[in-house]
Design a protein around this ligand. Structure first.
Ligand code: IMP
Ligand code: MG
Length: 176
């Protein structure tokens, strides 16, 4: 058990289990895009750890860029997002893979996907480290999924509880 702020969490996936899944995703991505010079678009803040590991597991030419969005709190799941940090790369005609830490309701991914599609990439795929299928609220196809999890709250490996816990090497789940 570990403590992050006022809550207790227990280990769900170890660093080693995560590495195995990251390597699996890397080989799936290579099979699809290994000769396409893909551009990865990682969603800050949470995806920075997963994106760093995923990139280093790839042994073919690729690029990475970052976006940062903020969903207004209190605004119910309209999923209205403000782009705090926009994309600095031209994605027109590129093979793009969005890299996200977790897909929960799916609204973040759904809206980012719509925004990026307007810029006419050659293809657009989604890679996420963790996915809560029972929480999904919109139609979304995820191409590369590390772990399917329950709807319980997770921290570690980039995921935070009120800003803390991102530095944990393993993934933890809220202990009831
Ligand atoms: P969405 O509901 O799919 O739009 O997820 C939005 C964001 O909520 C994710 O990118 C995470 O930053 C955050 N989030 C969702 N579930 C968790 C969790 O279990 N732990 C930490 N952050 C989460
Ligand atoms: Mg996030």
């Amino acid at each position: 058990m570990i403590q992050v702020l006022d809550k207790k969490f227990r280990k769900l996936f170890s660093e080693n289990e995560i590495r195995i899944q990251v390597e699996r995703l890397a080989s799936e991505i290579k099979a699809d895009l290994g000769d396409k010079r893909p551009l990865f678009v990682a969603v800050l803040n949470g995806a920075f750890v997963f994106a760093a590991d995923l990139m280093r597991a790839l042994d073919f030419p690729c690029e990475i860029s970052f976006v940062k969005q903020r969903s207004y709190q209190g605004m119910e799941s309209s999923g209205k997002l403000t782009q705090v940090l926009g994309l600095d790369s031209d994605i027109k005609g590129r093979h793009v893979v969005i890299v996200e830490d977790i897909v929960d309701s799916g609204l973040t991914m759904y809206h980012l996907r719509e925004q990026l599609l307007q810029q006419q990439p050659a293809s657009l795929r989604i890679a996420c480290c963790t996915f809560k299928p029972e929480a999904l609220k919109c139609p979304l196809k995820l191409d590369y999924v590390g772990f399917e999890v329950s709807t319980l709250f997770l921290v570690g490996y980039g995921l935070d509880y009120d800003g803390f816990g991102r530095n944990l090497k393993d993934i933890y789940v809220l202990a009831e």
